[in-house]
Design a binder for this molecule. Structure first.
Ligand code: SF4
Length: 210
């Protein structure tokens, strides 16, 4: 049953070091109406796909992962599901975990009169917000986790503020997972040429004649 506490989830990685500081439980939500040209996740644009998971159930799954430092919300557009995600994030924050949220909306849009429903709740459950649409013509090769230079970091609480001073020194990372059946998934961020090379090498290795 879909309720106002249900999150439409496109994908989850339980434990990653490529989506924010430290080890994080990452949730890619399903649905984004912003539709930036060049977006890497167009399969997450449609609001009708994904799997509906209750905020409490997803929080239980995150809290069962040993040793994580926090959760990262990305997408898709988290602020188009702000209320259930605020519920989810608050449950983790109450257990001492940090919350990092990505948005294609600008900080001004999230705080203005036309802000998405529930935006204030998700902002108040977020420690570190990365805001702004992806602009493919302005690639950011300097800061970690972001795709374009217009995107802004907002440290909304002190919980992750220690990251701020060393931001430019943190590397981008990508993680490649290969399942037993050979399915390859990639998350994180890297220079496009590096990603092409890596995936081409991986493809060649897996298809090398015996
Ligand atoms: S806001 Fe994010 S998910 Fe939405 S189109 Fe832009 S880059 Fe893609």
């Amino acid at each position: 049953m879909i309720s106002d506490r249900t999150i439409r989830v496109g994908a989850v990685v339980d434990d990653t070091v490529a989506e924010g500081p430290g080890r994080r439980f990452a949730v890619w939500v399903q649905g984004c109406s912003i539709r930036c040209p060049g977006c890497f996740n167009p399969h997450l644009w449609g609001a009708k796909g994904g799997t509906g998971i209750g905020a409490a159930e997803l929080a239980e799954r995150a809290l069962a992962v040993p040793g994580i430092d926090g959760v990262t919300l990305l997408g898709g557009e988290p602020f188009e599901q702000a209320r259930p995600l605020a519920d989810f994030a608050s449950r983790l924050a109450a257990q001492g975990l940090s919350v990092m949220t990505f948005s294609g909306f600008t900080y001004r849009e999230l705080n203005g009169a036309g802000a998405p429903d529930g935006a204030a709740e998700l902002l108040s459950a977020t420690d570190l917000l990365v805001s702004g649409p992806y602009l493919s013509g302005q690639p950011d090769l300097r800061r970690p986790w972001v795709g374009s230079t217009n995107q802004e970091f907002h440290f909304l609480t002190d919980r992750l503020r220690h990251v701020e001073a060393g931001l430019a020194d943190l590397p981008d990372r990508i993680e490649v997972r290969v399942t037993a059946s050979g399915e390859v998934t990639v998350n994180g961020w890297a220079d496009l040429d590096q990603l092409d090379t890596l995936l081409a090498d991986d493809f060649r290795r897996r298809n090398r004649p015996a």
